[in-house]
Design a binder for this molecule. Structure first.
Ligand code: TXA
Ligand code: MG
Length: 320
């Protein structure tokens, strides 16, 4: 079977109601969606992605009101953030209600919720009686898809239908925040920059680099999730820009092209939003260029640059 790409909401609704997987567009990356309240459907997500059961899923909801059906407690800061940034690239990890199946949360007593901003998926959620569990629609450890064709390339044999919403605007996954002992913690830098969050809720503690997200999750598999988002070609972070590239090396440049086996520029004007939106597609093209390795320049460590650099560092960690 090879997944069909289309734009019919009716078909997506029918398949999701039947407990099938459907890939959905979001403003960040494509998701591999199933009925979040149906354990068997969620199990299919883990199988299709070859995802370990200790890595929990994000539950996609229509709105803050909808999220309340699945979370037990809502800190005032969480409410404030939902009002300011939903729908949008922000995921909140909150105490879960009983009706959220354990398979979705990997047995944790918290659930990650987010209201995606893509219009097609918003319409889809409005038609469904249930929320959608959806990780990024890639094989575990690989790069997230930002176009419908990317989903088919990796998971085409694992599902029947990809709802096509065009290329993803943001291009990096959502920012993930949680609360530990009443204090806000950043588990993953993403599409909503820290600089926008802190004015609203005060200083946010950044979880250590080596826990992909929740420390509790990382504790179950020490160091594993530090390696992620990987192309097949080995990737290294450029240590010294003064060194010319070796023969066969491809360059992921932030602003300025240089002679290389292949070269992709993320944003000639240094615009971090443009750079984020181009990141995974550029890496995919370099991955196909037959290079010996990909040398990646880091972005400035601010705004969306933090999310870009996080993905590049994890891709590099996966290559060693
Ligand atoms: O932008 C996004 O967030 C995309 C789109 C599809 O919405 N989704 C996405 O999902 O990136 P995924 O599965 O690739 O990453 C979600 C991460 C997981 O790796 C997991 O560690 C974390 O969210 N997560 C989920 N539930 C959690 C929980 N209860 N506690 C801590 N972390 C959690
Ligand atoms: Mg992912």
């Amino acid at each position: 079977m090879t997944a069909r790409i289309g734009t019919e909401l009716d078909e997506a609704v029918r398949r999701l109601r039947a407990g099938e997987l459907v890939a959905i567009p979001t403003e960040t990356v494509y998701g591999l969606a199933a009925n979040a309240l149906d354990e068997r459907a969620c199990l299919r997500i883990f199988e299709a992605k070859r995802r370990p059961a200790f890595d929990p899923l994000i539950v996609h909801v229509r709105s803050a009101e909808h999220a309340r059906e699945f979370v037990r407690e809502l800190p005032a800061d969480a409410e404030r953030l939902m009002r300011a940034f939903w729908p949008g690239p922000l995921t909140l990890v909150l105490p879960k209600r009983e009706l959220v199946p354990d398979i979705v949360t990997s047995g944790l007593d918290t659930v990650a919720v987010r209201a995606p901003a893509h219009p097609l998926t918003a319409q889809l959620l409005a038609r469904l009686e249930f929320p959608l569990a959806a990780p990024s629609a890639n094989l575990f450890g690989r790069m997230s898809p930002t176009r419908a064709e990317d989903v088919v390339e990796q998971l085409g044999d694992e599902l029947e239908y990809v709802l096509d919403g065009g290329p993803c605007e943001v291009g990096v996954e959502s920012t993930i925040l949680g609360w530990e002992e009443g204090r806000c913690v950043l588990y993953r830098p993403g599409g909503t920059p820290l600089e926008l969050l802190e004015p609203l809720i005060g200083p946010v503690r950044v979880a250590s680099q080596h826990s992909e997200h929740a420390p509790r999750v990382a504790a179950a598999a020490p160091g594993m999730l530090a390696a992620h988002y990987a192309p097949r070609t080995p990737l290294v972070i450029e240590a010294n820009a003064a060194h010319p590239l070796a023969a066969g090396e491809a360059l992921l440049a932030f602003r300025h092209a240089r002679p290389a086996h292949a070269c992709e520029v993320l944003s000639a004007t240094g615009d971090l939003r443009e750079a984020a939106s181009r990141l995974f597609a550029a890496l995919r093209r370099l991955d196909r260029a037959g290079a010996t390795r990909i040398v990646a320049e880091l972005a400035p460590e601010r705004g969306l640059g933090r999310a870009i650099n996080d993905r590049l560092r994890r891709a590099a960690a996966a290559s060693t």
